[in-house]
Write a new protein. Structure first.
Length: 244
């Protein structure tokens, strides 16, 4: 019976069986997939967590006849009458922990900037947001737009790199083929890290260029100031003998 499925709520089911049947602790533990000491603790009211009993008769996992067989023979192994239905996740936006929900706008802004080919529906499913939020960020009408900074959703923990790559690859297939004479689009194999490195390199070069120009302006200003001072000193020196 090692392959027999366990009840949908093992601890709650074990609590009900302890309180409402004459089954042995071994029978309950084996049926619920628990250790016998856990069942013993429930019976002695020593368990750290108190569980509300769940009736396996109501769910169809056991029948009264099956329980009677177990009560009549302590060596009898209870048989699952109807396996619990696996609970599958319903379709809808991805669930995001409360601690990370404030990071969603940053991740959306990053996707809109770096992957405009991804549809709103794909972004909504990837991050777990609404189309209204995506539209507000795209149109810069979001109530907190001043504080939104594009950040990689993978770094923020909103999705995995594999999930992001799959969405990008799927979106790339829907892009129209370039017409003759047009430059081919950037290869989809370029990773986000390479794009980020390229952006940082361009930003650094721009900063270095701005710093060099500022230094040249400062040097030119100092030279002009020194020249004017020298000219003024020469004029004063030329006027002094005449006055004497």
């Amino acid at each position: 019976m090692a392959d027999q499925p366990t009840p949908l709520m093992p601890h709650a089911t074990a609590t009900w069986l302890v309180d409402n049947t004459g089954l042995s602790f071994e029978q309950i533990a084996e049926f619920c997939g628990l250790h016998i000491l856990e069942v013993q603790a429930m019976a002695d009211d020593l368990a750290g967590s108190k569980y509300t009993g769940r009736d396996p008769l109501h769910s169809g996992e056991l029948t009264q006849e099956e329980i009677a067989r177990g009560e009549a023979d302590s060596e009898y192994t209870l048989k699952m009458q109807r396996a619990p239905v696996a609970v599958s996740r319903t379709k809808g936006p991805r669930y995001t922990p409360v601690s990370k929900r404030q990071d969603k706008p940053d991740g959306i802004a990053w996707l809109l900037r770096n992957h405009p080919e991804i549809s709103d529906a794909q972004i909504s499913k990837l991050i777990g947001t609404t189309r209204n939020t995506i539209t507000a960020i795209r149109e810069r009408s979001h109530w907190n737009i001043q504080n939104i900074q594009p950040k990689d959703p993978v770094t923020l923990g909103l999705c995995s790199q594999r999930e992001l790559d799959a969405v990008v690859a799927k979106a790339a297939k829907n892009l129209p083929a370039p017409e003759e004479g047009e430059a081919p689009a950037a290869p989809s194999g370029v990773s986000d890290r390479e794009k980020l490195i390229e952006e940082l390199r361009a930003e650094r070069e721009a900063n270095e260029k701005a710093a060099a120009e500022a230094a040249q302006e400062a040097e030119a200003e100092a030279w002009l100031t020194a020249k004017r001072a020298a000219e003024e000193a020469g004029e004063e020196a030329g006027e002094t003998p005449g006055e004497a």
